[in-house]
Design a protein around this ligand. Structure first.
Ligand SMILES: CCCCCCCCCCCCCCC(=O)SCCNC(=O)CCNC(=O)[C@H](O)C(C)(C)COP(=O)(O)OP(=O)(O)OC[C@H]1O[C@@H](n2cnc3c(N)ncnc32)[C@H](O)[C@@H]1OP(=O)(O)O
Ligand SMILES: CCCCCCCC/C=C\CCCCCCCC(=O)OC[C@@H](O)COP(=O)(O)O
Length: 292
């Protein structure tokens, strides 16, 4: 009988002895492996930071793969297709369903300027979902220095502007107007100029509209519905959810001059604001037309 007790106790004893032999680093690893999933499930804030860190980290990692592929062609807007292809799956990783409406409005052969609202870096998902061929975004210069992502963007022909130097930004955009026509390129601009998660649209900067008038090409407004139901930076909330992307009919600039830019800007912003409000009223749990 005593030998049975010894037999039964020995695995336990060896487990206890084994545990006592763990180094501090191994203990820390065990604690982290247990604590991480618990914290992830219990803390909305912890989940938010993990998801955002992975989002940025994953993009930086994917860019490592994209760089050699893009480098073969050199700096070329066709490389944007490579970035798009590499980023398209991210919505599945995050359980974000994207519904697109108005595809037909992109059926224009000539170049155009796309203008869209800018809520967060998550806009990249909606943008990649619908990015037309030969279309490059205008981005703040700081993004060029975002490690591998910056280099990938540069190789894909992203147009960088220095927001602190208006004259420089304007001359880069004037060059872009020429490039659009000479090289059949479309340009994507966030006319709010900065991320805005206020639930409305900021005043629009006029650069995108000057660009369209200078090149005499249409402006195509794109509106991404509010992320409020699944993402909120202030509340540190990031769950799964649905986003609707609406491509609105193009607005012609034919015959317009720089004097018409303020009016054009207001008109396009008005159209986008209407669409944004309408889409906000269609949010799950809300009756279309304003009910709660
Ligand atoms: C595998 C993975 C790899 C990684 C992949 C990652 C891909 C990422 C790509 C996504 C990138 C997204 C990046 C988003 C951003 O960075 S948003 C921030 C940058 N974008 C903008 O700022 C665009 C909008 N800004 C403008 O258009 C501004 O007008 C700007 C030109 C920048 C100037 O701004 P500012 O200094 O604030 O001045 P104003 O807007 O007040 O303008 C001053 C007056 O100048 C007139 N103006 C403006 N532009 C022009 C022009 N082109 N020609 C002539 N005149 C112009 C403007 O009308 C003002 O005059 P008035 O007041 O009207 O008299
Ligand atoms: C070695 C350096 C490493 C730096 C790491 C930087 C981390 C960045 C990592 C990945 C980049 C992800 C690309 C996301 C693209 C979205 C760009 C974006 O949303 O920019 C914000 C800009 O529109 C407005 O900026 P502000 O709201 O004015 O601010």
């Amino acid at each position: 009988m005593s030998s049975n007790v010894v037999k039964a106790a020995s695995p336990l004893a060896s487990a206890v002895t084994g545990a006592m032999e763990l180094s501090v680093a191994q203990w820390l690893l065990v604690v982290c492996l247990v604590a991480f999933p618990l914290l992830y499930e219990w803390s909305v804030t912890f989940k938010y930071f993990c998801k955002m860190a992975f989002y940025n980290g994953w993009i930086l990692t994917l860019a490592i793969l994209a760089i050699p592929i893009c480098a073969v062609r050199g700096r070329n807007v066709e490389n944007m297709k490579v970035l798009r292809f590499m980023l398209l799956h991210i919505k599945y990783l995050y359980g974000i369903k994207i519904e697109v409406r108005g595809w037909e409005n992109f059926n224009i052969k000539e170049p155009y300027v796309v203008v869209s609202n800018h809520q967060s870096s998550l806009d990249l998902l909606g943008m990649m979902e619908i990015l037309p061929g030969r279309c490059v975004p205008i981005a703040k210069r700081e993004l060029m220095y975002a490690g591998t992502a910056g280099l990938a963007c540069w190789l894909a022909g992203v147009i960088f502007i220095n927001r602190k130097k208006t004259d420089d930004a304007i001359s880069v955009m004037s060059e872009a107007a020429e490039t659009m026509l000479k090289e059949d390129v479309r340009v994507w601009v966030f006319p709010e100029g900065t991320r805005n998660h206020s639930g409305s649209l900021l005043a629009f900067k006029r650069g995108a509209f000057h660009l369209a008038v200078q090149a005499q090409v249409p402006v195509i407004p794109v509106v991404m519905s509010s992320y409020k139901d699944f993402y909120c930076k202030k509340e540190k909330k990031f769950t799964t959810g649905k986003c609707t992307v609406r491509i609105l009919p193009g607005v012609s600039t034919r015959g317009l001059s720089p004097d018409d830019v303020p009016d054009l800007t207001d008109r396009v912003r008005g159209l986008m604001l209407d669409a944004f409000s309408q889409m906000s009223n269609e949010r799950p749990g809300k009756e279309p037309g304003g009910g709660h």
